[in-house]
Design a binder for this molecule. Structure first.
Ligand SMILES: Cc1cc2nc3c(=O)[nH]c(=O)nc-3n(C[C@H](O)[C@H](O)[C@H](O)COP(=O)(O)OP(=O)(O)OC[C@H]3O[C@@H](n4cnc5c(N)ncnc54)[C@H](O)[C@@H]3O)c2cc1C
Length: 364
């Protein structure tokens, strides 16, 4: 078995891992970035806010499409069009996007190795065991960053658990186009979650999330019929984390992105939060103060995540409340306030107060 050493080992070269690795190298911290499959196409809509390109210094040439409106469709097919032209949502091709982020990490000085982590030991020096073809390796380090996604091997081996998650079914239709990101609600198509029609790097992507794995294929068919799309699609399935079991730093390992369930409730936006959690974990490593990671994450996002979780529970609990939500979105003031909060522009407290008032009226 080959033996390797580094200061920090980053397991998983998706948006979280490559952002962590790039920042570690920029700070002069020796690191290895381990990715099991350099040509992996992560099942994903690829939606990322335009502002993220500046924040993380990512080339805009990765943008395939730009979206300036969101369409929300109620169970009874009432619609609200939400203008997001002040912010813009971009669509990327995940295989290309992930490869570019890894390339940027390499340019900054990271060592990229294509190998699959299969075990971990933290009894003495933290060590990850990985395999590449017939070759096995043991990589010793000071810290490990687990950025190996929703099916995290590191989380399974170290903590005997997986992130809490929900199953999605999705398919691409290359010959169709849509200008807006569409969110459809309804107990007949995706109870407690939403179904979507999003612009994709090629054509559109349709899908939904469901807690009910037995009926998910039926929901998918119902959705295709309801949205008048072709019904002969062959959907694929993949999990998306739900933000339930919070986890930050355990037994010498930092958990970031999907492996830590850091996906925004309600919208299921995960790319931005994966990259952001990675930079916060690296800040904590640079200070040699692991507790700083949880502290800074909570300061920035705890309220927002909690709030969106409550909104999802309430408004997607039944067709009655989803219908009300679309009605609310038809009001320009509500739209503006929620979008500003979502984008992190407006101070949360003001918006939360406004929305709480609305919820109180609704619940009465
Ligand atoms: C259907 C669907 C649609 C989505 N749409 C959107 C969207 O439009 N916008 C958005 O923001 N989010 C979306 N998400 C969520 C988003 O895809 C994730 O939150 C995001 O990819 C998380 O990034 P990550 O780096 O934490 O994990 P991942 O992107 O999953 O990356 C993990 C990496 O680790 C590698 N890996 C895994 N195991 C090992 C191992 N044992 N050893 C070495 N490497 C390993 C994998 O190959 C992968 O490259 C969607 C998710 C799904 C399922």
């Amino acid at each position: 078995m080959e033996k390797l050493k580094c200061d920090v080992l980053v397991v998983g070269g998706g948006p979280a891992g490559s952002t962590a690795s790039r920042k570690l190298s920029q700070l002069g911290i020796d690191n290895i970035l381990l990715e099991k499959d350099l040509s992996f196409q992560k099942p994903c809509g690829g939606g990322l806010m335009l502002s993220a390109y500046k924040e993380f210094n990512i080339p805009k040439s990765l943008i395939k499409k730009e979206v300036n409106s969101i369409k929300i469709v109620s169970p009874k097919k009432n619609e609200a069009i939400v203008d997001i032209s002040d912010y813009s949502l971009t669509i990327v091709h995940r295989c290309e996007f992930d490869a570019k982020l890894r390339e940027l990490a390499k340019e900054a000085g990271s060592r990229l190795i294509e190998a699959k982590a299969y075990d971990i030991s933290v009894d003495k020096t933290p060590t990850v065991f990985a395999k590449s073809g017939d070759k096995t390796m043991a990589i010793e380090c000071r810290y490990i960053i687990a950025s190996d996604g929703v099916n995290s091997t590191i989380r399974k081996k170290l903590l005997k658990q997986t992130p809490s998650r929900v199953l999605t079914y999705y398919a691409d239709i290359p010959q169709k186009e849509t200008k807006s990101c569409q969110f459809w609600f309804g107990d007949d198509i995706s109870p407690k979650h939403y179904s979507w029609i999003f612009p994709h790097f090629q054509g559109i992507n349709v899908g939904l999330a469901s807690d009910n794995q037995k009926d998910i294929a039926n929901y998918f068919q119902n959705f295709l019929k309801k949205s008048q799309l072709q019904t002969d699609l062959k959907p694929k399935g993949y999990y998306i984390p739900t933000w339930d079991r919070e986890i930050y730093f355990e037994k010498g390992v930092f958990f970031v992105g999907d492996s830590a369930s850091m996906v925004l409730p309600f919208t299921y936006e995960g790319i931005y939060y994966a990259m952001k959690s990675a930079t916060l974990a690296v800040d904590a490593i640079a200070e040699d103060n692991p507790a700083l990671y949880e502290k800074s994450w909570k300061k920035l996002y705890y309220k927002k995540f909690k709030f969106l979780k409550i909104l999802q529970k309430l408004f997607l609990s039944s067709d009655y409340f989803s219908e009300k939500l679309v009605k609310l979105y038809q009001k320009p003031h509500f739209q503006k306030s929620v979008v500003a909060y979502w984008m992190g522009i407006k101070r949360p407290t003001g918006t939360i107060r406004t929305i709480w008032k609305v919820i109180k009226v609704l619940v009465k």
